[in-house]
Design a protein around this ligand. Structure first.
Ligand code: ADP
Length: 302
């Protein structure tokens, strides 16, 4: 059983020949719309791997919110705790130019209304879960409430610190497993992102702050596990081709949580998660790229 607290939003992507200057209108290429948000992606990914998943996020009383509920129903994600609030469902406007650069604007809308009280209402789901997975596209008070409640209920907590901000001091002792990428690791520590620290050095810095196990994602280099005693690099699986890395981090986190809930040790869970991430980058889009157990097994067999 996995409980997930995080964001849901819709990405609206438009290709343009070049970015519009202030006052300019650019007419251009294709448009695509797709569901996203780390909480929702992670919940769907975990459900696809067979986990019993309950999601807490916030959506609006609008048609995008209706579409989200339909998506979770289709994907077998428990969404009875999802808050529907008087605001619009989060949207992100993404412009991609001919060079592949992007410009993104996000309206968090409903997500900015997710409160510690909503999380308190989710306490039973957290208590009943083997693991709580939290990401940070939601107000910090909701992140903190989720971690605190997991701690009170004796549920293992996994914090995916994305998007990263310096973590308040009181959060650190509530976290059991931390899953930053390298720049997020620097950001949650309050270090400048440009700080050129190796994975091992970042792990050391994190260790001075927390007893949490750290699983750092390293993109095409796989991941690294730091369990307090040892720092261990866990090799990536080479993907057949890299088509779209969007959602690889969410896939990784969900697979890691599922493996840990299954009782796997951290290094084996990270290996399984690497294989899940390697599958995700071979497919376009996010939801379509989330693997099944069979697809992960196929990656690991190569
Ligand atoms: P994020 O987007 O959160 O920074 P990463 O890009 O590090 O996430 O990807 C998450 C995980 O997906 C990596 O730790 C790795 O296991 C897998 N992965 C991502 N890109 C590749 C790649 N090019 N080859 C193999 N595995 C990859």
């Amino acid at each position: 059983k996995i409980a997930v607290v995080g964001g849901y939003g819709v990405g609206m992507t438009m290709r343009v020949p070049h970015f519009p200057a202030p006052g300019e209108t650019v007419s251009g290429g294709d448009y695509a719309q797709g569901p996203g948000g780390k909480g929702s992606n992670q919940a769907i990914a975990a459900a696809r791997l067979g986990a019993d998943v309950s999601l807490l996020t916030a959506i609006g009383k609008d048609h995008l919110g209706d579409a989200a509920a339909a998506l979770w129903a289709r994907e077998g994600v428990g969404h009875e705790y999802v808050a529907r609030v008087e605001s619009s469902t989060m949207v992100g406007f993404i412009l991609v130019d001919d060079d592949g650069e992007n410009e993104i604007a996000i309206a968090p809308g409903a997500l900015s209304r997710l409160t510690a009280d909503h999380v308190e209402g989710f306490r039973k789901a957290i208590r009943d879960a083997d693991i709580l997975m939290v990401s940070m596209e939601i107000p910090l008070e909701a992140v903190g409430a989720a971690l605190r409640i997991a701690n009170e209920e004796g549920t293992t907590s996994l914090l995916n610190p994305a998007p990263a901000v310096p973590l308040p001091a009181e959060f650190w002792p509530w976290v059991d497993i931390l899953t930053p990428n390298q720049s997020e690791a620097a950001q949650i520590l309050g270090l400048p992102v440009t700080h050129n620290l190796s994975a091992a050095e970042i792990a050391e810095q994190l260790r001075s702050r927390t007893d949490a196990a750290v699983v750092m994602t390293l993109g095409s280099a796989g991941s690294a596990v730091f369990d307090g005693a040892d720092f261990q690099q866990v090799e990536a699986f080479p993907p057949a081709r890299v088509v779209d890395t969007t959602g690889a981090g969410d896939t990784f986190n969900a697979a890691l949580a599922v493996a840990i809930a299954d009782g796997e040790p951290l290094d084996r869970a990270a290996r399984f998660a690497n294989a899940a991430g390697a599958h995700a980058v071979t497919q376009a889009g996010v939801i379509d790229a989330l693997p099944t157990r069979e697809q992960i097994a196929a990656v690991m067999a190569i």
